[in-house]
Design a binder for this molecule. Structure first.
Ligand code: MN
Ligand code: MN
Length: 467
């Protein structure tokens, strides 16, 4: 082997060069990542909505010895609890050995994803077809949601108060649903629309039936037949849609992508690809020094509003209750808390390079992505992590051999986005965004790299294991 030149040696010492994870990790680590992602894919297929994610996580937590949090109970180090907020957000906690006043180690990720929500009065019949009116949830490119198989998930509260869980289109043999689109032959006018207007919100109507209820002579017989089927299956009538949360989501399961199977394509990586590693990390750590909290929250995609979103006080109340039973002031606990706010980043896409600035873009396979800030228009609407906290996090990740990169969401003024970090920062904790780079973010079929998913897990675990 030839000796390194002085220039090479100096470059190695002085330059910063992000690396592909495969240049850093060994074959065993790659195998670990692939194995970890098998569990992740199972989670994706079982939990396509925030409610299903909460159910999945509560069941997993219970099986691992977590019990429902009781604010009147005194807990000792090693105790594991969960707090289920209205079935749509869940907080997992493991009590640590250090006094609570030294702060908790918090990771937060969201479990809601863009989708098509049914309107309160969704069902109608037109031209002998039955359809659901929808109101899209979160930021979507509407044209992407036509002509793909959809499943229907959610809950209906009947007139008498009974709650009925709905899940149609996931099991083999289930029927599925679809939003239709125009054939190109007759789309001359539609093709003149701009891309953002190509398919309009009121055109996202989900096809649910076409066969009339034959025994009846009246109008709307197709709609009647659909209601009859729903009544037989769930005991619901049309007015029960008024007290329901029903969501149409892509029906396809998570699949390996690429001949090398290095990636996963699926609906809802944003942000289950951070939620799953954050939960698995708290499940994996034994006898932590700090008290650990993983918060899997709802409503991030529409601005974190509502009582299950992180702009509500539920997480603060949970930590306040923990503090009270430990005889501490909750503001002291919050002020000393350190948080990895876990959300996805837009991965550099070679087909659309113009929206990214290469030096500050995240690349798939370069490891877990740290975003010092997100926001838009001059860092508006974000929390900008301090140099000191960035320093702590990079030291930790380097020490533990976690592959990571540092990035922005896109070019300055190309657009922008936000995360829950600013709501956590408003509680006076140290917080930085960290997550997995995603291709085709907010589309029905997003793509991530398996190594990045695993590096996110390694990052949360290292953060939770700190002494
Ligand atoms: Mn997100
Ligand atoms: Mn999002």
């Amino acid at each position: 082997m030839s000796e390194k030149t002085e220039v090479e040696r100096l470059k190695e010492k002085l330059f910063y060069q992000p690396k592909h994870a495969c240049e850093v990790v060994n074959a065993e680590e790659v195998a670990n990542a692939d194995r970890f992602c098998e569990g992740y894919k199972a989670f994706l297929n079982a939990a396509k909505t925030e409610r299903e994610a909460v159910t999945y996580m509560e069941e997993t937590a219970r099986a691992l010895g977590f019990t429902e949090y009781d604010r009147d109970k005194k807990y000792v180090p090693g105790d594991k609890v969960f707090y289920n907020n209205r079935g749509k957000a869940i907080v997992l906690a493991v009590m640590g050995k250090k006094p609570l006043r030294e702060g908790v180690r918090l990771s937060a990720a969201h479990i809601d994803s863009p989708r098509l929500d049914l309107k309160p009065n969704p069902l109608y019949e037109d031209s002998a077809m039955a359809l659901f009116k929808t109101h899209y949830y979160g930021g979507i490119k509407k044209y992407q949601w036509t002509c793909i198989p959809l499943s229907l998930h959610g809950v209906m509260i009947k007139k008498d108060g009974e709650s009925v869980k709905v899940n149609i289109g996931e099991d083999a043999g289930d029927p599925q649903f679809v939003v239709t689109d125009l054939l190109p032959h007759l789309a001359a006018e539609q093709m003149k629309r701009t891309l953002s207007d190509g398919v309009r919100g009121e055109e996202l109507n989900v096809l649910v039936g076409s066969r009339p209820f034959c025994a009846d002579e009246g109008s709307e017989k197709v709609k009647l037949n659909i209601l009859q089927i729903l009544f037989e299956k769930y005991g619901v009538t049309e007015s029960d849609f008024l007290s329901a949360e029903l969501e149409a989501v892509p029906a396809f399961p998570a699949r390996d992508i690429g001949l090398d199977r290095s990636m996963i394509g699926a609906y809802g990586h944003d942000d289950r690809v951070c939620a799953y590693p954050a939960a698995e990390a708290i499940f994996a750590v034994k006898d932590p020094d700090y008290t650990l909290v993983t918060c899997l929250t709802d409503k991030e995609e529409i601005g974190s509003e509502g009582n299950t979103g992180l702009n509500s006080s539920y997480l603060r109340y949970f930590i306040a209750d923990l503090a009270k039973s430990a005889g501490e002031d909750y503001h002291t606990v919050l002020s000393h808390t350190r948080c990895l706010s876990a959300d996805v980043n837009a991965a550099f896409d070679p087909t659309f390079p113009d929206v990214s600035e290469r030096m500050n873009a995240s690349f798939i396979n370069n490891g877990v992505a740290i975003m010092k800030y997100t926001g838009s228009r001059g860092k508006g609407g974000t929390s900008d992590a301090s140099a000191e906290f960035m320093g702590e996090v990079r030291r930790l990740l380097d020490r533990e051999g976690v592959v990571w990169q540092c990035c922005e969401l896109g070019k300055v003024d190309a657009g922008g986005g936000g995360t829950v970090a600013m709501y956590l920062a408003s509680l006076n904790m140290d917080v930085v965004d960290l997550g997995v780079p995603v291709l085709s973010m907010h589309s029905p079929f997003e793509v991530v790299s398996k190594l990045d998913v695993y590096m996110a897990y390694r990052a949360f675990k290292a953060f939770f294991e700190e002494k």
